[in-house]
Design a protein around this ligand. Structure first.
Ligand code: SF4
Length: 367
């Protein structure tokens, strides 16, 4: 099978070129063509000789995800893309425009093994991990579809899948997104969102990429959390919070805890008190997320008045609290709604986006 050059970092491309007897600096040139210029074929790489382009076309390939459709939110704040992968699977990616940022919400898996009860992606089950190339290509294809002054400024791993269960490919994708040969995003402009996969949090810290981390807590009561998040027993709350605190210490910035408010399940004063105690002493901020019904699990949203009350109950934790409503609910592109499929009635239902977290700033805030 031909190696796919899209998804290789600059270092990997340099090593690949050396391995086929070509000058390693050609690897940097290829990285620039792929990730800065968005080249979809070797023919476009005009700084390479014709002979080298021909050789690469014979011996390697450039994987490309294929855009199938785009749906714009009538409010103008979000745009959802459906892509087909080489093996026929489909994924969705969402672009979210705000006053001060333009984020691409990236999928990291087809389906998701985590199985959160409120999440449309979780209900799909797990199909496979995405490669680094397929992850980065979502960013490149969304970028190419937008005019120059509307190009994305941020990338958030909050689409389909649990990114820390696909950590190798996600880390390589981040390296490419941060690289000067590519989009060149700063680490503060890339957010990885997780339901609390502790080994993944530690590996991300160890990789030294220094990106933002958002951790979804789901509930402050272990039993309630376990009824919603099947992996809760493997990753207990106190240990998840401790690992997130270590991550915050390693990057010298607060970590974000996401808390999806579900009516009657995790939105009581007691829940808030427990959450405040859990977070005491951790360098963090809290996003309270207003739930977008995804037709999964029969959950109900708590509503904005309860969210505002809940925020007040967290005052003893002495952390910054923000109430967020995800953009894109009208086009099935909001948190918990992504599913990458067609509903039985024939209407698009969108992919799942992490029910746990909205894109940073991608929401209506009520601090
Ligand atoms: Fe997976 Fe995220 Fe959905 Fe949970 S919320 S099932 S981790 S995609």
């Amino acid at each position: 099978m031909k190696p796919d050059l899209k998804g290789m970092t600059r270092g990997e491309l340099e090593r690949y070129m050396a391995s086929i007897g070509e000058a390693p600096y050609r690897g940097r040139q290829i990285a620039e063509w792929l990730y800065r210029h968005g080249a979809a074929s070797f023919d476009e790489m005009t700084t390479l000789s014709k002979a080298l382009r021909g050789r690469l076309a014979d011996e390697a390939k450039i994987g490309n995800i294929v855009p199938l459709s785009e749906t714009a939110d009538p409010g103008g704040g979000a745009r959802k893309y459906l892509f087909r992968l080489e093996d026929g699977e489909t994924i969705e990616t969402v672009f979210i425009r705000l006053a001060h940022s333009r984020s691409v919400c990236l999928s990291s898996q087809v389906g998701c093994p985590a199985g959160c009860a409120f999440c449309a992606t979780g209900a799909m089950g797990f199909r496979r991990n995405l490669s680094a190339g397929e992850i980065v290509d979502q960013f490149l294809k969304v970028r190419a579809s937008l005019p120059g002054d509307a190009r994305p400024t941020h990338a958030v791993f909050m689409g389909m899948g649990e990114p820390l269960l696909n950590i190798d490919e996600v880390q390589n994708a981040i390296r490419i997104l941060l690289s000067p040969e590519g989009p060149g995003l700063g680490p503060r402009r890339v957010t990885v969102s997780t339901c609390g996969i502790i080994p993944g949090i530690r590996r991300l810290a160890g990789a030294g990429l220094r990106v933002e981390l958002a951790v979804s807590l789901i509930a402050s009561d272990e039993e309630v959390r376990g009824s919603i998040f099947p992996l809760a027993r493997e990753y207990p709350l106190a240990e998840v919070v401790a690992a997130a605190g270590e991550y915050a210490a390693s990057v010298g910035r607060p970590v974000t805890f996401e808390y999806l408010l579900l009516k009657g399940l995790n939105d009581s004063r007691e829940d808030a008190g427990r959450l405040a105690r859990l977070l005491r002493g951790v360098r963090c901020k809290v996003n309270l997320i207003l739930y977008n019904p995804a037709g999964t699990g029969g959950f109900e949203p708590s509503g904005e008045p309860r969210a505002a009350e809940f925020a007040k109950w967290l005052i003893p934790a002495r952390v910054a609290v923000t109430v967020r409503r995800s953009k894109g609910a009208r086009i099935g592109a909001a948190c918990g709604q992504l599913r990458a499929g067609h509903d039985p009635a024939g209407g698009r239902v969108g992919t799942c986006m992490e029910g746990r977290a909205g894109p940073p700033g991608g929401e209506t805030d009520a601090e």
